[in-house]
Design a protein around this ligand. Structure first.
Ligand SMILES: [Zn+2]
Ligand SMILES: [Zn+2]
Length: 335
């Protein structure tokens, strides 16, 4: 079993453990170990033979046992037990999604808002992974604590982007925004600004616990906006610590499909949003998806290979995930 496949198993274990608040530390340990496997891609068979599995960052005795079983049998009985306990479908891995085919990420942050790396560092990180494109989508002005971008700062950012693009080959930078969906479903930037950006991700960040009828209205408005391309982390949940929004998912997903607005699967293990259950519903409603790391530093791009399992567990085929399309087929661009 290769490191990416093992990372997917560990991240699913972490995800399932997160459903029980008492297991949050254990859940995090599995997510961290998964992340380091996805980042470092060690040769597990070699480490197993030399007894060196615990030399992997974040892997202690317990997780090493799971890895040992994976190397020897390709299975994890612990995962199977957890799936059973959580009433997860056991035979849901029907779609095949290969990280090697993943073309690029459309949701990432830089020091222009709350990212921890410069645009150049993010672009180089994406290039090093072989990505063909990267969406730079910092926050909109409403989120003051993260220094969100207004029209003026977006213009300044576009100058830096031209400069960075001239220094980094192979990966096309897309200028975007992660615009806040306000309480009434309007967006935190004027249409004239959204219109000129390559990628518009509209996300709920505040007032997530609005009562469902109002939240449904809010989301319906967001998914009928002509300049929105993607709904970012559609529930805002943080499994194990924060419940997400509750709304008429089916109505909102159907409306999103009608307007050709994709729903994001945010692969950050603290979010996993949409989770497999809602992603499955969205698939039935005819939606397309994006699979993004929502990276705030280059190392976080490794959330995507960890998160691929979610889409697979939801049975989402490659053709419905925009990140598997080449740049010139990305329907969101200049929509
Ligand atoms: Zn966000
Ligand atoms: Zn984000």
């Amino acid at each position: 079993m290769d490191a990416i496949a093992a990372a997917q198993v560990l991240s699913e274990i972490g995800y399932l453990l997160r459903q029980d608040p008492k297991q949050i530390y254990r859940a995090r340990a599995f997510s961290v170990a998964a992340w380091s496997l996805a980042l470092e891609r060690p040769d597990l068979a070699v480490l197993h033979h030399s007894g060196g599995l615990t030399s992997i960052e974040g892997v202690g005795e317990g997780i090493a046992k799971v890895l040992t079983e994976l190397v020897e049998t390709g299975q994890s009985r612990y995962l199977e037990r957890l799936r059973e306990q959580m009433n997860q479908p056991s035979n849901a891995d029907e779609s095949v999604l290969d990280f090697a085919e993943y073309q690029g990420d459309v949701h990432s942050h830089t020091k222009w808002s709350d990212g921890r790396a410069t645009m150049l560092e993010m672009a180089q990180g994406a290039r090093d992974l072989g990505y063909k494109y990267l969406g730079i989508t910092d926050h909109s002005p409403r989120i003051k604590v993260v220094n969100g971008l207004d029209a003026e700062r977006l213009v300044a950012q576009s100058r830096e982007m031209a400069e960075v693009q001239s220094q980094v080959d192979g990966v096309t930078l897309l200028q975007g925004i992660e615009v806040d969906i306000l309480e009434d479903g309007s967006l935190d930037l004027p249409d004239a600004v959204l219109e000129i950006l390559d990628v518009v991700i509209a996300s709920p960040h505040v007032k997530l616990r609005q009562e469902p009828a109002a939240m449904t209205e809010r989301m319906l408005r967001a998914v009928s906006h002509p300049h929105v391309d993607v709904i970012g982390h559609p529930t805002g949940r943080r499994p194990g610590s924060r419940e997400g929004s509750n709304y008429d998912f089916e109505a909102v997903f159907k409306e999103a499909a009608k307007h050709n607005i994709a729903l994001e699967i945010d692969c950050d293990p603290a979010r996993m949003d949409l989770g497999p259950e809602l992603a499955r519903l969205a698939l039935e409603c005819g939606c397309n998806f994006t699979l993004d790391a929502d990276a705030h530093a280059p190392a976080e791009f490794a959330y995507v290979p960890m998160g691929l399992w979610m889409a697979r567990r939801a049975g989402i085929p490659e053709g419905r995930i925009l990140n598997f399309r080449p740049l010139d087929e990305l329907t969101m661009i200049a929509k």
